[in-house]
Design a protein around this ligand. Structure first.
Ligand SMILES: C[S@@+](CC[C@H](N)C(=O)[O-])C[C@H]1O[C@@H](n2cnc3c(N)ncnc32)[C@H](O)[C@@H]1O
Length: 403
């Protein structure tokens, strides 16, 4: 039987993580308690380090996170990556802690996530409208992460339409980066032949073809981006056109960069380090998503769109882990992603049996613990989206992942 898309373990993550096999997970997403002053619910006894005042509070939070991140690193596969959500309270401390545990050289990015577009109106300072995602590779040179997404490709970036109706944009075949020039890349400095009337481009002279050298705008020698064999193989994707520059009219060579390359993989676009609520959803969206499944039973869920964007950077069969699962957003996002693209991702969610607040919506709705909320959402997701759901003890989870 295939592994279900979603599996849940109830327990303290510091007890569950050591039972998981080394290297059995490709992607970790966690959204730990932010240490805002009222979410210090973890039970490890760090009172000695907590002391009084802000320094003690940061030290206690870091002491809580360190052994969990060390375990997280151990369970990541060599090509794996970890994303951690955090806000201003602990971002500075978490960045240093992640550098310590994962190595500064493995930083993939510190992403700004605009989860509250209106901005927080309470308090004295600016209306905070963002938090952060810290992303680290287990081992950068082997990391499977592709920091791009198919969802952010926009048709209007490809304004031209070819004879066969396909959309494209024109890119200079000349390398516009001055670091690449005949001295640094001599094999890419050679003449081409082109006819601005027909648009034809070739690596060899032809009747009606004009000799074209790669040059920068100031006329100094440049290099092409493609080698001769590539130009010969993909001559149909090249176009010769007249251009008007500061030094008068000349002809140049352009690449037709297609919105939908023939026979190619789905086009992707590099992701920026600012993720907007309009692209990935907001905290309000997240509350509404959870409300549609279970009701308003959790205060600060993340939008599935945030996790889906993270999932898009990793292979479609990624083994995902969230050991601060809360309302189960990561498992929900995994099921939605699989349903949308036919992927075979699996997600292991872990959450402790932290009691819900007496008198809270959650408690009144019959959820005595956060684990009960996680479980109920993942069960509902399996019914609505598919992929199945299993709840196991740590030993069974370890056995499955080791297979
Ligand atoms: C900020 S919430 C995560 C919210 C989640 N991303 C979502 O979208 O619903 C952090 C969660 O970690 C859980 N938690 C805190 N300490 C834990 C521990 N030691 N082991 C397992 N879960 C823990 C809390 O119960 C809480 O639900």
């Amino acid at each position: 039987m295939p592994e279900p898309w979603n599996t849940f373990i109830e327990g303290d993550n510091l007890e569950v993580l050591p039972t998981l096999p080394a290297g059995g997970v490709d992607l970790i997403y966690v959204d730990p308690p932010y240490n805002t002053g009222n979410d210090f619910a973890y039970r490890d006894d760090f009172r000695g380090e907590r002391g009084t005042g802000a320094l003690g509070r940061h030290a206690a939070w870091t002491a809580m996170m360190r052994p969990r991140l060390v375990e997280a690193r151990r369970v990541l596969s060599p090509g794996g990556a970890i994303f951690v959500s955090i806000d201003d309270h602990e971002v500075a401390h978490l960045r240093l802690l992640m550098d310590e545990v994962f190595g500064e050289a493995n930083l993939l990015g510190q992403i700004v996530v605009n989860l509250n577009p209106k901005g927080r109106q309470l308090g004295r300072g600016f209306a905070t409208s963002h938090e952060y995602l810290l992303a680290y590779a287990r081992e950068l040179p082997r990391c499977a992460l592709d920091a791009s997404s198919p969802s952010t490709v926009v048709e209007s970036d490809f304004p031209l339409v070819a004879e066969d109706g396909r959309r494209y944009r024109r890119l200079p075949l000349r390398n516009t980066n001055k670091k690449f020039n005949p001295a640094t890349a001599p094999t890419l400095h050679f003449p081409l032949w082109g006819d601005p009337g027909s648009g034809r481009v070739a690596a060899e002279p032809f009747a009606g073809g004009t000799r074209i050298e790669p040059v920068f705008g100031d006329g100094s020698p440049a290099v092409w981006r493609w080698s001769v064999p590539r130009i010969e193989e993909r001559a149909g994707d090249l176009e010769c056109r007249p251009v008007r520059g500061a030094r008068g009219e000349r002809v140049d060579v352009f690449q037709r960069d297609w919105l939908h390359p023939l026979g190619g993989a789905r086009r992707r676009k590099k992701l920026r380090t600012i993720w907007l609520a309009e692209e990935i959803g907001s905290t309000d969206t997240a509350v509404a998503e959870l409300k549609a499944v279970l009701g308003h039973v959790f205060e600060s869920p993340k939008p599935t769109g945030l996790v889906r964007r993270i999932l898009e950077t990793m292979p479609e069969d990624a083994r995902v882990l969230d050991f601060f699962a809360g309302s189960g957003t990561t498992g929900h996002a995994v099921a939605l992603a699989n349903a949308a693209d036919g992927g075979s991702r699996t997600c292991l969610s872990v959450n402790s049996a932290e009691p819900t607040r007496p008198g809270s919506n959650a408690e009144r709705a019959g959820y005595p613990t956060v684990a009960a909320i996680t479980r109920a959402r993942l069960r509902a997701v399996a019914e609505r989206v598919g992929g199945g759901f299993a709840e196991v003890g740590p030993a069974t989870a370890a056995e499955r992942r080791a297979r």
